[in-house]
Design a protein around this ligand. Structure first.
Ligand code: FES
Length: 141
């Protein structure tokens, strides 16, 4: 897998999303409840952009007249025809084994750790200490 540093964590607002072009694909990254999720920005039904999807909760009913919300904001409802998908793994709600959106692993790492992991060549120039304090979102394709 190839790792792509796509954004600072602060570039994607909590409850929002942002689309990035990665290796010719549009990948949408959602920021929900402090976590980041990456999906192909294309509904498997007829291709709607999932960046425009509503982020909804799971609603269950243990008995008539009683409703419980969970996983608030982690389910996507496609803007065109309402198919629903799990943001964590791309599975559809109605047929999770056969219909899914492509999902990608996401990591958050500090800029300092990323800078330390850069490969260094055989020649060494005079250097000065630099500190990178932001965190970055990394998607693996
Ligand atoms: S395009 Fe997404 S449900 Fe139809």
């Amino acid at each position: 897998m190839t790792r792509h540093i796509v954004a600072r964590t602060s570039d994607i607002p909590l409850g929002g999303n942002k689309v990035f072009g990665v290796e010719g694909r549009d990948i949408v990254i959602f920021h929900v409840n402090g976590e980041f999720f990456a999906l192909l920005n294309r509904c498997p039904h007829e291709g709607a952009p999932l960046a425009k999807a509503a982020c909804v909760a799971r609603l269950t009913s243990p008995e008539p007249g009683v409703y419980q919300r969970s996983r608030v904001g982690e389910l996507l409802r496609c803007p065109w025809h309402g198919w629903e998908f799990d943001m964590r793994n791309g599975q559809s709600w109605f047929d999770p084994q056969r219909v899914k959106v492509r999902s990608y692993p996401v990591a958050v790492e500090s800029g300092q750790v990323l800078a330390e992991g850069l490969e260094k060549g055989p020649y060494v120039a005079e250097t000065f200490p630099v500190h990178v304090e932001d965190n970055y979102v990394i998607v693996e394709t």
